[in-house]
Design a protein around this ligand. Structure first.
Ligand code: NAD
Length: 634
């Protein structure tokens, strides 16, 4: 065929199968863009007209990478609804041509298949995947939009209402096995046989007819699924429930995308495909120009850049296994995450009960997935086996990197480093999870200070995306690069920072939390402040966050910041001192900002107001002295 498409290789085999391989030149990933889509559009017209083409097979020339979606920079550059909707219609019409080809089409997914990649696959007659392929999904809501190339219409038709809701509303990706289980993929094959099996399937389709092969490959929907989708009131019940659940997690003013995705999914069951596609394009047009989408696209770009190897100054050491010192909240979390990613972990604590608690907590994190059928019990068992607990230092000689997560005291951290250094390999990296201590000081007594580096995870480790990688004054570029690449492997966004007080996050956070406490001291109620920040778009109010961080930790970090910056940073240390007092956390003498139960809410709040010396009556408008804003005192 004469038509050349940039970013795509083509070949017509002897059996009349037009093999189209995505291959963006000079790039690590295959991305769709308007130019490629227009080229593909013309190519599909030619393939339809060409009698020597009997079938079309899509694949990729890049290992482990099918198509990672539309180029986000292109989406970010669109600022008006009409252009955005037009862009969606272009993709829709090209993929519709695949569906209307009049010849069988097959998508051979060999790895990452996201957004437009998945939408292209959904338009094909068959989808097969390598058994190690993935992530597969429609993550558009994470960019503040909805799938716009037919995904919101075809996915519900292919996998059913509940599975489609789960994928589209959360933007969650699947591995190939799960994609097969929900019916998104028809057949799994070993990666090496992907092409061969694809061609074989197309041959079967030519002999038996595509419908007969599809019937053989696909399980019919079970009766209750059909009932949910086919009976209007039942379907609306499911969609309303999904809307309520979404509203618990996101505010439609700040995050309209999942709510609009629900409207599009509803259309998939109530409108013919062509009308549904039109609804989808209109919603895309509405969402693309919003500030939310622009900010999320920027965030995506920034995160991608931070993960890229270009930010590293040296090559990382390969990590085969790691050691974790301290099995508390953080050490346990880090061990769980490493095991989840298939990295063997030696986990040490001085206390038997700490190790047991860490194992129990790790089990419960996976249990959450098992209960939601995102993981089998056998998989959980296999992951648990990656954590090898110990009370001594045995096994630490074999690890490539150690994450230290013992208590936040300089003397203890130095002692732990001095104790482990003679027992570890010649190039083992020592990463400390300190939240506030200077890396330079932790490393000052070390034999190899160049191997000491900060790796600051946030709590809870399995959920918080950021990891600060802190280069001390003597840390080697190799140690920084190793921690950076480990963080990426653990699914985190690493940000490389200098060894300054508060690093990056606490430097910003301290000011924010101080301001919240200052407002409280000036008479604004806890609930009002938290609510105001939630309405502003924060995922959690400052006092809810303070409770989660822990008052002692907040006091300690605040102290470090005040010591470094003095009046510049201000501080609410005395208030926290008063609140911390001598009481145990959660006790009546020492209430948290957010009471554990509703019943205790009033007394807990009153106690805090009393502790900070606030005796003004509640329930009045109150004008702050130092600022002009009015706040409702609840
Ligand atoms: P934690 O008190 O929950 O756990 C510390 C654990 O270390 C305890 O189980 C203790 O028995 C153990 N330990 C003490 N000395 C040890 C030694 N010599 N060898 C092995 N284990 C030893 O503390 P955490 O909250 O997990 O914090 C650990 C580190 O992570 C601190 O530096 C803290 O500042 C930092 N951090 C904490 C958070 C948080 O939210 N908790 C967030 C980020 C960073």
């Amino acid at each position: 065929m004469e038509i050349q498409v940039p970013g795509m290789k083509q070949h017509l085999d002897a059996e009349g199968v037009l093999i189209l391989h995505f291959d963006s030149p000079g790039e690590r990933v295959n991305l769709l863009n308007a130019e490629l889509l227009r080229g593909l559009d013309a190519l599909l017209d030619a393939a339809r007209a060409d009698r020597s083409v009997h079938a079309v097979m899509f694949g990729s020339a890049k290992p482990g990478m099918f198509v990672a979606g539309m180029n986000v920079a292109e989406i970010a550059g669109v600022t008006d609804a009409a252009t955005a909707a037009e862009g969606a219609r272009l993709g829709q019409s090209v993929f519709q041509k695949i569906e209307d080809l009049g010849k069988p089409s097959l998508c051979a997914i060999n790895g990452t298949c996201l957004g437009g990649g998945t939408e292209l696959a959904l338009a094909c007659t068959f989808r097969i995947a390598a058994d190690d392929a993935g992530p597969i999904g429609l993550p558009e809501v994470k960019l503040g939009i909805i799938p716009g190339f037919g995904g919101s219409q075809r996915l519900p038709r292919v996998v059913g209402l509940t599975a489609a809701l789960d994928m589209i509303l959360t933007g969650r990706n699947l591995d190939a096995r799960r994609a097969k289980k929900i019916g998104l993929v028809d057949r799994l094959v070993p990666a090496a046989y992907l092409s061969r099996e694809g061609l074989a399937l197309l041959k079967e389709a030519r002999g038996e007819g595509p419908e007969a092969v599809a019937r053989r490959l696909r399980r019919p929907r079970v009766w209750h699924q059909r009932a949910l989708e086919g009976i209007g009131p039942l379907r609306r019940l499911v969609i309303d429930q999904a809307r309520r659940k979404t509203a618990e997690k996101a505010d439609p003013t700040h995050y309209p995308a999942p709510f609009r995705a629900l409207d599009a999914i509803d259309a998939a069951f109530t409108q013919p495909l062509s009308t549904g596609l039109d609804t989808e394009a209109r919603i895309v047009g509405e969402l693309v120009p919003t500030t939310t989408s622009k900010n999320l696209c920027w965030l995506f770009g920034a995160q991608t850049e931070l993960k890229s190897s270009a930010v590293r100054a040296a090559a990382p050491r390969p990590i085969r296994r790691i050691g974790v010192l301290g099995a508390g909240i953080m050490g346990g979390g880090i061990a769980q995450l490493a095991a989840d990613k298939g990295i063997p972990v030696r986990l040490r604590d001085l206390r038997y009960d700490a190790v047991l608690t860490a194992l129990k907590t790790a089990h419960s994190v996976w249990d959450y997935k098992v209960k939601r059928r995102r993981m089998t019990e056998a998989e959980r068992g296999a992951k648990m086996a990656f954590i090898a607990p110990t009370l001594d230092t045995s096994g630490f000689g074999q690890v490539d990197l150690i994450v230290e997560a013992v208590v936040e005291q300089l003397a203890v951290k130095r002692k732990v480093l001095a104790e482990i250094e003679p027992r570890i390999g010649a190039r083992t990296v020592f990463a400390t999870n300190t939240s506030s201590l200077p890396i330079g000081e932790i490393a000052s007594g070390a034999v190899h200070p160049e191997r000491v580096v900060g790796m600051h995870f946030f709590n809870p480790v399995h959920r918080m995306p950021l990891v600060e990688v802190i280069a001390g004054p003597r840390t080697s570029p190799e140690a920084v690069a190793t921690v950076h690449s480990l963080a990426v492997r653990m699914g985190k966004v690493p940000v490389i920072v200098q060894d300054g007080p508060g690093f990056l996050v606490n430097r910003i956070l301290t000011l924010y939390l101080n301001e919240a406490m200052q407002l409280l001291l000036e008479g604004v109620r806890i609930d009002a402040i938290d609510r105001a920040m939630l309405a502003f778009g924060m995922p959690m109010g400052p006092f809810a966050l303070l409770d989660q961080v822990g008052l002692d930790t907040a006091r300690h970090v605040g102290g470090v910041m005040v010591e470094a910056f003095g009046e510049r940073i201000g501080g609410s240390g005395s208030m926290l001192d008063t609140m911390i007092g001598d009481g145990e956390p959660g006790s009546e003498e020492r209430p948290g900002f957010l009471p554990l139960s509703r019943r205790k809410a009033q007394t807990s709040r009153q106690r805090i107001y009393q502790l900070i010396g606030d005796r003004r009556p509640r329930g009045r408008f109150h004008r702050r002295r130092s600022r002009s804003a009015w706040f409702w005192r609840c």
